[in-house]
Design a protein around this ligand. Sequence first.
Ligand code: ACO
Length: 425
Amino acid sequence: MADTLSITSGSERAELPITEGSVRATDLRAIPTPDGPLTSFDPGFVNTASCHSSITYIDGDAGILEYRGYPVDQLADGSTHLEVAHLLMFGELPTASELEAWENEINTHRFVHENVGQIIESFRYDAHPMAKLMSGVASMQTFYPSARRIEDPESRRRNVVRLIAKMPTLAAWSYRHSIGRHRVYPNDELNYVENFLAMLFQSQQRVYRPDPRVTRAMEVLFILHADHEQNCSTNAVRAVASAGNDLYTSAGAGVGALFGPLHGGANEAVLRMLREIGHVDNVGEFLEGVKNGRAKLMGFGHRVYKNYDPRAKVIKRSTEEVFEVTGINPLLEIAVELERIALNEEYFVKRRLYPNVDFYSGLIYEALRFPPEMFTVLFAVPRTVGWCAQWLEGVTDPEQKIMRPKQIYTGHRARTFVPMDERDA
Ligand code: ACO
């Protein structure tokens, strides 16, 4: 017998079918209540599925993250970001010749229109690079108006390639403008990650040659950040896309969502927190403050993971490789001590709070001499791949409708308008 959920409201009783571990929220409408048809209430979508998806699988209790079925740690050990991008976009790891064609396709689209550069440079030099990136991404729709033809598969693919290709250029230009340096243009000799590093750090005097260990660490970080199913920014991308929007408009919303300190902005917040703590001896006092609600332990806790974030494990390993090149970041000692104590404290254990992806990534970025404002930008570049894959899945999904949640209204009703001279002072 099929599983059902029995609901009783007054004299009404209904059996709702359970399929795929869920009930259809629209089935609830058949059940009357004194306040109208039954609805579900879920601020923050804590237990609401908004789509079917075959891109990324997470089991938060078990600490599992898979892209198209492949565990993320295996991908981080054995592949490159563009290989993973191919996997996320098309569902399969590329063969050698497919990868070569894909890399060539991406590489030929790395240049960005000069006017987009000028848009980024029209900001004050001290504007946050995420704000500049958000505007740069959104503005691209005006340079590629055919991107609005989202029903055209060719147009969809062309613009996905463009965005994945151009995102590092936009990100690097946002950064260079912040530090008062000229733009560096893409270099065909370099791969995706090397070219990004060169566009960030190249000076006029010297050719920038990243240490291969640094390039590899960045590649790993890119892979780990490529997608994370229906997180806040991906949901923003899908919500904006559900109104029939092009990729650039939708991804611009994704950049905005990622900017938030509870989402992609957390790695920046972790660094600021570690600096504030200042010394390993102050860790105990800081954690007392967290337990008393005076502060949050940034980089800890996750909506989905109630176990060690699998990405944090891989990043912790990468910190060692990067520190071989850069020397140890003194803040690492504070981070390790925070983790050691927190994992044994009742407050964190009871709430199942573990380090998330942001806890150690900021330490690597700082060791590579990125200012904290750049950390979220370094997240946005690889996450673009996930946004593209999820945007594509959303706009081609016949089940999807414009996203428009309901509300439970708690305000006044049917009041009579009071003219100004009759209102109480
Ligand atoms: N420090 C201290 N307490 C915490 C933390 C934290 N980092 N995270 C959660 N808690 C506590 C909450 O206060 C709450 O306690 P209560 O039950 O006594 O009220 C309980 O744990 C549950 O937390 P919620 O906020 O309800 O969990 P939610 O799923 O809504 O939030 C979030 C998840 C936003 C990630 C949260 O854990 C947080 O703010 N963490 C710090 C910011 C951070 O690191 N964000 C990055 C997430 S990864 C990413 O987006 C890429």
